[in-house]
Design a protein around this ligand. Structure first.
Ligand code: LMR
Length: 331
C-alpha cells in the first residue's frame, strides 16, 4: 500500500526543473525560497507555479524560482522584497516576527492537531485577515502553503521532555519557539535554515525541530541520533509579495497571477501531507531512527509546553487563539 502511494505521489510531482528565461517586455517575477526544489511541499508548489506562469502568461510574465537559499536566505528575503530585489517568497510563518506578532499563534506548541486543522483556521475570517495584517509595513500575503507537523531530533534519544534538558536546539527566529525550548530546560539558538545541517554536524547545536520533508531533504537525520515523533507544532508558509509591486501590476496580469496562484495552492496543498509521509518513509529507508511516543509519553510533552501559551496570549489575542481552537477537528 505504502509503495503504491509513494509511486502515485512521485508521478504527480513535477518531473523536471523548469528553467525560465525572461524576454524583454515580460514582468519578471523572482520567487525565492530556502528548501529543496523537488520532493518537498514548498519546492513542488513553487515549481508548478513557475511552470504554469511561464506557459500560460508567456509574453506577459516570467517566473524564475530560486530554491535552497540561492537568492536570499530567511533573514534577508523580506527586507529584499521591500527594496524591490525579489517579487515573491514563501517564508515559514515563524519568519514574520519583525512584521506582526499575530503569527505567533502558529508557533504555539500543540496548537494544531494536524495540517487540516491549520487549513481550517487559515480559511476562517480570522485566518484570512492575517494575510493582510502586514500591509502597513509594505507586505501582502497572497496564499498559505502547507508543509507539515514538526518533530524533534537530537544527538541522544528524546522520550521524556526532561531528556532535552541542557541541550541546544536550533530554532527559527521566534520568541515562542525560544520559550518552548526554555520550557524543556534547554536553549534555543536561532539561525537560518541553510546553516542548520552544518550546525548539527559540528555540534554547535545538538538538536532541532522540523517537518519530515525538511528533515529528509536537508539530511538532518544523518547527523542526529534519531527523530522523536512529537507532532508538537507546524511549519506552514505564506506566499508573500510587496504591496507596491502587487498593487502596481497591470490589472489583467494581477488577476491572472492571483488565479493561477490560487489554483496551484489548492492543487499542491492537497499533497503536502502525503509528501511528508513519503519523506518520513525515506528517512527510515535511509537508516534514520524514528521514535514514536505512547499517548502517556506525548501527554508529558503537552504538559511541559503548556506554560508557553500564557507567555504569549496577550500578544496574540484571545480572539485569535479561540479561532484557532475552533478549527480543531473541523475536517
Ligand atoms: C526552517 O527554517 O526550519 C523552515 O522554516 C524552513 C522552511 O522554509 O521550511
Amino acid at each position: 500500500m505504502r509503495s503504491m502511494f509513494l509511486g502515485l505521489i512521485a508521478a504527480i510531482l513535477a518531473p523536471t526543473l523548469a528553467i525560465a528565461a525572461c524576454d524583454p517586455g515580460e514582468e519578471r517575477i523572482r520567487f525565492s525560497h530556502v528548501t529543496a526544489a523537488q520532493g518537498h511541499p514548498k519546492g513542488e508548489a513553487a515549481l508548478l507555479l513557475e511552470q504554469r506562469i511561464n506557459r500560460e502568461l508567456n509574453g506577459r510574465a516570467c517566473m524564475e524560482v530560486f530554491a535552497r537559499s540561492t537568492l536570499f536566505n530567511d533573514d534577508d528575503v523580506l527586507p529584499a522584497m521591500l527594496r524591490g530585489e525579489v517579487e515573491m517568497a514563501a517564508p515559514s510563518l515563524s519568519k514574520f516576527e519583525a512584521y506582526t506578532r499575530k503569527f505567533r499563534v502558529f508557533d504555539l506548541p500543540f496548537m494544531f492537531e494536524d495540517v487540516f486543522a491549520v487549513e481550517e483556521f487559515q480559511y476562517s475570517p480570522e485566518g484570512e485577515a492575517l494575510k493582510r495584517s502586514m500591509e502597513a509595513q509594505g507586505l501582502i500575503g497572497l496564499e498559505f502553503w502547507h508543509n507539515g507537523m514538526k518533530q524533534i531530533s537530537a544527538t541522544r534519544p528524546l522520550i521524556s521532555p526532561t531528556d532535552a534538558a541542557g541541550m541546544k536546539f536550533r530554532i527559527q527566529p521566534s520568541p515562542v519557539l525560544n520559550a518552548q525550548m526554555e520550557a524543556l530546560g534547554s536553549a534555543g539558538v536561532a539561525m537560518p535554515f541553510s546553516a542548520v545541517y552544518e550546525a548539527l554536524k559540528n555540534g554547535e547545536v545538538q538538536g532541532q525541530e522540523n517537518t519530515w520533508s525538511n528533515i529528509y531533504t536537508q539530511s538532518f537525520h544523518t547527523v542526529q541520533d534519531g527523530v522523536t515523533e512529537t507532532n508538537h507544532g507546524i511549519i506552514d508558509y505564506l506566499v508573500v509579495t510587496s504591496a507596491d509591486w502587487w498593487n502596481g501590476l497591470e490589472p489583467g496580469l494581477h488577476a491572472d497571477l492571483a488565479q493561477i496562484l490560487l489554483e496551484v495552492t489548492h492543487e499542491r496543498n492537497r499533497f503536502a501531507f502525503e509528501i511528508g509521509e513519503m519523506n518520513r518513509s525515506r528517512i527510515m529507508a535511509d537508516g534514520g531512527v524514528i521514535r514514536e511516543l505512547t499517548p502517556e509519553q506525548r501527554a508529558e510533552w503537552v504538559a511541559a509546553f503548556a506554560p508557553v501559551w500564557d507567555q504569549f496570549r496577550g500578544d496574540i489575542g484571545d480572539d485569535l487563539i479561540a479561532a484557532a481552537e475552533r478549527a480543531q477537528g473541523g475536517f
